[in-house]
Design a protein around this ligand. Structure first.
Ligand SMILES: O=C(CO)COP(=O)(O)O
Length: 123
């Protein structure tokens, strides 16, 4: 399972808590993340994560490009709906790419938990 993990600043603690909860499953995945999110997952959980650029510097677009050529199976993108982001077009492009290529994308922890629980069961 090639999984992309992304969280806005206001959602990074939630992402770390979610990843801690599913750490055993995630250790068996090929993980990629935007720069700062990935840094937290590496530093705080010891996960092996391919870190791309930070979101505002193009990380979302990098993940979208990888997804478009079949290199991402699913995305967990914890967006902060309360905070305007300077790279909103990049965020929309990534979510659109998920829809174009029919790649599952969870944008909150409730959806992410459903996805992760199911995949962990299937493993
Ligand atoms: O901005 C982001 C996603 O749009 C996340 O980027 P960082 O993980 O680098 O903070």
């Amino acid at each position: 399972m090639k999984l992309a993990l992304i969280a806005h600043d206001g959602k990074k603690n939630e992402m770390v808590a979610l990843a801690a909860e599913f750490k055993a499953f995630l250790q068996g995945c090929q993980l990629m993340a935007t720069g700062t999110t990935g840094g937290r997952l590496v530093a705080e959980l010891g996960l092996s994560v391919e870190r791309l650029l930070s979101g505002p510097n193009g990380g979302d677009l990098q993940i979208g490009a990888r997804l478009a050529v079949g290199e991402v199976d699913a995305v967990i993108f914890l967006r902060d709906p309360m905070t305007p982001q300077p790279h909103e077009p990049d965020i929309n492009a990534l979510v659109r790419a998920c829809d174009v290529h029919n790649v599952p994308c969870a944008t909150n922890t409730a959806g992410a938990r459903l996805m992760l629980e199911r995949w962990a069961q299937l493993r």
